[in-house]
Write a protein that binds this ligand. Structure first.
Ligand code: PRT
Ligand code: ZN
Length: 284
C-alpha cells in the first residue's frame, strides 16, 4: 500500500516540496524527467503535475494528497480539504493600479477593467465589497496589461513586490494571503490514512523545528530564576553546573518570532556566552 502525493512538476513549488519530503526523511529519485516515481524508504508514490491540475487530481482520487498554493485551491474550488499549512511559497493576491493613478478606496475600482488569472477569487472579493468592475481573464504576463491598454488594473500574486515596481504599478488591495498547503479528501482508506498520519507527524516536526532555535548560555546562579522565566522552553530549561563555582549552563529553545527580544532580555538579565543553533527536527 502506498500513498500517492501530487507535487508540482517544475516551478516555484517544486524545490521546496522536494526539500520538505527530504527533511521528513523521505528520499525520492530526483534529476530525471519523470511523471511519477516511488520514494525509496517510505510508502509514497510521487506524481509530478502542473499545479493548476493538482486539486482536480486529488478530488478525483488519482492522487490521495497534493502540495499546491492555497490560491490555486480556492481559485479552482474543488471538493478538497486543506490538511496542513506548509510555511513556504508565501505570497499575496493583490490588486494593483498604475503608480500615478489616484486611489483612495475600493470604490475607485468601480467600472474599471481588471486583468487577472484569478477570476474566482477576484469576483468573490468584488462582490463582497459591492464593487461593479469588469474582470478580464488572462493566463499570464498580467502585470503588463495596464501598460498595453488591456486593463485599468490587475489582480496578481505578489511576493517581493519588485514585479509591480518594474511595471509601474502600485499595490492597493490585498485580497488573499497564500502559502503552500497539503490537500486531501475525506475518502481515504484506513491504510492510506495511517501513512498520511505518519507523514503529517514528520511534516509537523520539521515545521516546528524551523520556528525554534536551540539556545545554550551561561549564567550566575543567582540569575537563574529570572533567566528561566525568559526561556521556559518545551517543559523547562535544562540546568547544568559549570566547573566554575557559582555558575550554571542553561539549555532551552526559543521561538524565532521573538528571538532578538529574548536575546536582548537575556543579556540584560546577566546571561553570558550565548550560543544559538538551528534545530533539525522538533517533536513535542
Ligand atoms: O507550470 P505550472 O502551472 O505548474 O506553474 P505556474 O507557472 O502556474 O506557477 P508558479 O510555479 O509560478 O507558482 C506556483 C505557486 O507559487 C503559486 O500558485 C503561488 O502559490 C506560489 N507563489 C509564491 C508565487 C509567487 N510567490 C510569485 N511571486 N507564484 C507566482 N509569483 C509570480 C507572480 O505571478 C508575479 O508574476 O511572481 C511575480 C511577482 O513576484 P515579486 O517577487 O516580483 O512580487
Ligand atoms: Zn500553474
Amino acid at each position: 500500500m502506498t500513498l500517492k502525493i501530487a507535487i508540482q512538476k517544475s516551478g516555484r513549488l517544486y524545490d521546496d516540496s522536494v526539500k520538505m519530503l527530504k527533511e521528513c526523511g523521505i528520499d525520492i529519485p530526483t534529476g530525471i524527467n519523470k511523471l511519477r516515481c516511488d520514494a525509496y524508504n517510505f510508502p509514497l508514490e510521487i506524481l509530478f503535475l502542473r499545479d493548476d491540475d493538482i486539486p482536480q487530481y486529488v478530488e478525483d482520487g488519482i492522487a490521495d494528497i497534493g502540495i499546491v498554493g492555497e490560491n490555486v485551491v480556492f481559485e479552482k474550488n474543488r471538493n478538497v480539504d486543506v490538511i496542513e499549512q506548509l510555511d513556504f511559497a508565501k505570497c499575496r493576491l493583490s490588486i494593483a493600479v498604475p503608480r500615478n493613478d489616484t486611489y483612495e478606496s475600493i470604490s475607485c475600482l468601480h467600472n474599471k477593467k481588471i486583468a487577472t488569472s484569478y477570476p474566482t477569487l477576484l469576483r468573490e472579493f468584488l462582490d463582497r465589497n459591492n464593487v461593479d468592475a469588469e474582470i478580464h481573464e488572462i493566463s499570464g504576463s498580467v502585470e503588463i496589461a495596464p501598460s498595453i491598454g488591456l486593463a485599468d488594473a490587475i489582480c496578481d500574486l505578489v511576493s517581493s513586490g519588485s514585479t509591480l515596481l518594474m511595471n509601474g504599478l502600485k499595490e492597493t488591495e490585498i485580497i488573499f494571503r497564500s502559502e503552500a498547503v497539503l490537500i486531501g479528501t475525506q475518502n481515504t482508506t484506513s491504510d492510506k490514512q495511517a501513512i498520511l498520519t505518519k507523514l503529517l507527524f514528520r511534516i509537523r516536526a520539521v515545521k516546528k523545528s524551523k520556528r525554534y532555535k536551540y539556545i545554550l548560555l551561561n549564567a550566575p546562579n543567582d540569575k537563574i530564576d529570572t533567566i528561566c522565566n525568559l526561556i521556559p522552553g518545551m517543559k523547562s530549561p535544562t540546568i547544568l553546573p559549570l566547573a566554575k563555582e557559582g555558575w550554571c549552563s542553561l539549555h532551552s529553545v526559543v521561538a524565532e518570532d521573538d528571538f532578538w527580544n529574548i536575546i536582548e532580555n537575556l543579556s540584560a538579565a546577566g546571561a553570558e556566552g550565548i550560543l544559538v543553533s538551528a534545530i533539525e527536527k522538533m517533536i513535542l
